[in-house]
Design a protein around this ligand. Structure first.
Ligand code: SAM
Length: 283
């Protein structure tokens, strides 16, 4: 019934190749958005067939992002946010959550997907403190030396850096080095909000990870790597992890386990356990 229809050619923004699947559109499709094309729905269909509860990965990830932003905006005095790989505008976006607690907070969104940039400029830049920047988040200098970023953010003061659902789309072993460059640029007292596809190294869960990875790797849109706890923690060098909930020590947990809004009434699905979320502070 609610199956979204393909956009007509006249609705395809300039510079967008509707024949190439997009990470941003597929992820947004799992969150219930409507900006996907047939080529994206083919990938979504394959993922749903292989892992029917895969939607829980996207929902868990976005819920974590929202709670982490609410937490940092209300519990710290930080008023500048750099959201790398911010994705399509959705129900609640970083600046809306943050500016509710801190109306003057500056929020810079960074992405390189032309649909994200077009919709982001139209829908997210609601006031003078919110800006959408085009840059390659896996090439840190292109973000950290970007003119708009430097005009609005003061790196000599603490800021919140978001890399939520991004590094798993980065192939190879260079993730720790990418993140080290970002972390080096941050002032003491800054926070990093981070999530990543997670292989908890339990056979049933590793199987889910492998199934999704195999589908994403086939697409021409780059990787979707599920990494282990050690591989993920290696991407946050020198940071102190904020205790992720009332019962677990300072460690890595599934996004849904990161300070949930209340007690859990139903068990987490297996897929929901395959995305990890961390909030960490630079000492
Ligand atoms: N951070 C959002 C969230 O967690 O809800 C969106 C995550 S989405 C899975 C990943 C985003 O990273 C997409 O919007 C994609 O366009 C963006 N992205 C991927 N590779 C990128 C690159 N090299 N430079 C900039 N953005 C990139």
């Amino acid at each position: 019934s609610g199956a979204p229809q393909a956009q007509s050619p006249s609705q395809v923004p300039v510079g967008v190749d509707p024949n190439r699947p997009s990470i941003a559109r597929i992820y947004d499709g799992f969150l219930g958005g409507k900006d996907h094309y047939e080529v994206d729905r083919v990938v979504m269909g394959k993922i749903n067939e292989a892992v029917p509860e895969a939607v829980d990965i996207a929902r868990g990830n976005r819920g974590f992002l929202n709670r982490a932003c609410r937490f940092l905006a209300s519990q710290t005095t930080i008023d500048q946010y750099l959201d790398c790989g911010s994705g399509l505008p959705t129900a609640e976006n970083t600046h809306q959550i943050v500016q509710r607690a801190k109306p003057d907070a500056r929020v810079i969104y960074v992405d390189n997907d032309p649909v994200v940039l077009a919709h982001g400029r139209a829908l997210l830049e609601e006031n003078d403190n919110v800006h959408m920047v085009e840059a390659d988040i896996f090439n840190p200098p292109s973000v950290l030396k970007n003119e708009v970023v430097l005009r609005h953010l003061d790196f000599s003061e603490p800021l919140v850096l978001l890399h939520v659902g991004t590094l798993h789309h980065f192939e190879g072993d260079g993730g720790p080095e990418v993140m080290r460059q970002y972390i080096d640029s941050l002032a003491s007292g800054s926070y990093v909000v981070f999530s990543h596809f997670y292989d908890p190294e339990e056979p049933e869960l590793t199987e889910i990870a492998k199934k999704i990875e195999a589908i994403l790797v086939q697409g021409p849109m780059g990787a979707g790597r599920f990494r282990t706890k050690d591989e993920i923690l290696a991407m946050l060098p020198g940071l102190e992890i904020v205790k992720p909930n009332a019962t677990t020590g300072p460690d890595l947990v599934a996004c849904d386990e990161w300070w949930p809004d209340g007690p859990r009434l139903t068990p987490l699905s297996k897929a929901a356990r395959c995305i990890a979320g961390i909030v960490a502070r630079k000492p």
